[in-house]
Design a protein around this ligand. Structure first.
Ligand SMILES: [Zn+2]
Length: 212
């Protein structure tokens, strides 16, 4: 059912269907933006904790989740934080996000946006711990999208997150909105096009994080 929904939503989202309702994904009654951020973080980290344990490894929890406003975010090495972004910083092992930007996404696209952005950034933290050897940024970005899809399908599968009609659209639209305008895959900042990001997410959603 959810798989069919994802496939259908992929087609819809790619066709540019932008009108979505605002369902709630969490089953624990988290309703505010802050609750959703906390829930996405907690459930995402619990998921990776288990995955690492199954591999006989130890997951290292994120040191801090740092909300910031506009241009006043924390630096990552010599890289300054930019407005309208969320990022993982391996130096200090933290995740930072422009709080107003993420809350605007949450308002416009529903809570699914938070459940994509945070698992995506956690995916980068996992890459840092597993040291996946991709050379191109776009490969790292698409793998993080795939990890986000795999994380969410596992959480939905175990019942800690619920999906309602419209959730899949919400998730995929969040990715479409974050896609690069062109497929310039040598660009060091490339994240992949809307279509590439949605396909990567769907791959993880269908096949689990092992497929990433
Ligand atoms: Zn990324």
């Amino acid at each position: 059912m959810i798989r069919a929904l994802i496939a259908a939503a992929l087609v819809l989202a790619l066709a540019g269907c932008g009108v979505v309702p605002r369902p709630s994904m969490d089953t624990a009654g988290a309703d505010t933006f802050e609750d959703d951020v906390r829930t996405a973080r907690t459930l995402g980290e619990e998921f990776w904790n288990q995955q690492f344990r199954q591999l006989g490894r130890t997951y290292r929890p994120i040191e801090a989740f740092v909300p910031y406003a506009g241009g006043s975010g924390p630096d990552c090495g010599d890289q300054p934080a930019v407005p309208n972004n969320a990022f993982y910083c391996p130096i200090g092992h933290f995740i930072a996000y422009d709080e107003r930007w993420m809350e605007a996404l949450w308002n416009e696209m529903g809570d699914g946006s938070v459940y994509v952005v945070i698992p995506h950034e956690l995916g980068h933290a996992v890459q840092a711990q597993l040291r996946t050897g991709f050379a191109l940024n776009v490969q790292l970005e698409l793998q993080a999208d795939c990890y986000a899809g795999g994380t969410l399908s596992a959480l939905v599968g175990s019942g800690v997150l619920g999906t309602e009609e419209g959730d899949a659209d919400e998730l995929l639209l969040s990715l479409a909105a974050a896609g690069d305008p062109t497929d310039d895959w040598l660009d060091p900042n490339a994240h992949g096009t809307a279509e590439q990001r949605q396909l990567a997410f769907a791959k993880g959603y269908r096949g689990g994080v092992g497929a990433c």
